[in-house]
Design a protein around this ligand. Sequence first.
Ligand code: PLP
Length: 295
Amino acid sequence: MINKNLIIQKLNNFSVKKVTIDVLRLDKVHSIVSGNKWFKLQLYLKDALENNKTCIATFGGAFSNHIVATAFACKQLSLKCFGIIRGDEFVNTKLSHTLEKSVEYGMNLFFLNRNDYANKTIPTDLINENFYLINEGGYGNLGALGFSKVFDEINNDSYSHIICACGTGTTLAGCVIKAKQNQNIIGINVLKGYEKIDEEIRNILPKEFKNKNFSVYNEYHFNGYAKKNAELIQFMNDLYEQYNLPTDFVYTAKLFYGLNDLLVKDILKKSDKILVIHSGGLQGNLSLPINSLRF
Ligand SMILES: *Cc1c(COP(=O)(O)O)cnc(C)c1O
C-alpha cells in the first residue's frame, strides 16, 4: 500500500560546485503511484466522497502518472473510475504499460480523438453516472492544498531553496503554500512554450498566498514534454551511478539537469540549502527502449 514514511536522501558533492543537497524521495512512496500524484489526489477524493459521488472521472495521456495514480486510489476507496484518454489510435493497439496497470486497478478507459480531447468532451456513456471530475494532471486548488500536506510530515525550516519539476504547476503551488518567509520556491518547467504557467500557478493559490514569490525556469524541457536526447539519458545514468538516484526522463531528470545548470551558472550558490522534490514517476521509464538505462 502507500508508505507514508518520507525519506530524505543527501547527495554529497553534487555538480561542479560540490554542494550537499537534500532530496525528498517521494518516488519511494509507491512503485507505481507517483508520489506527488498521490498527495495531489487526496483532497479531491475526500471532496468526492463528501459529495456522495460514486465515481471519479479524469483526463490524461496514455503514459500519464496521474491516470494510474487515480486508478490505484479509486481501487483503494472502492470507487468506480473512468480514465478519458487522449488519442483514439490506442483503441486498437496494445495498451501502454501505464494504461495496462490502470485497467488492472479497475479503471474504465475511454479514448477520445485529439480534437474531442482538446475540448474536454465527456463521453456519452458517462452522462448518467454520478461522477466527480478531476482535471488533467490533478491541476487545481485542492491539488495544491493536497500536495502542501507533504510539508506537515517533514521539517522544511532550514532550506533556503525548494525546487521541483512542473507540469501543471500544482505541485509547485503546494510548495508555495507552505514556504517559509525568505524561502525561494523554484520550478523547472518540462513543457515547451507553456510560459503562462506562472499565471496558472497563481490562479490556484488560495487568496492569502497569491502574492508569495516563486520562479519557474522554462529552458530545460529538452524540446518538449517527454522529449529526450542522448545527453539526458547519459545524465540519468550518471546520476544513478554517482548517487544511487533513479530519475524519470519526463520530469525528474530534467529537474536535476536544470538544478545542475543553475549551480553551474551561479544562479544557485554553494551556500544555499537546497531541498529537491523527487516527485516519482519512475514507471514512465518503462516506455524507453530496453537497455537505455543502467537501472
Ligand atoms: C505529474 C508529475 C509532475 C508534475 O506535477 P505538476 O503538479 O503537474 O506540476 C512532476 N513529476 C512527476 C514525476 C510527475 O509524475
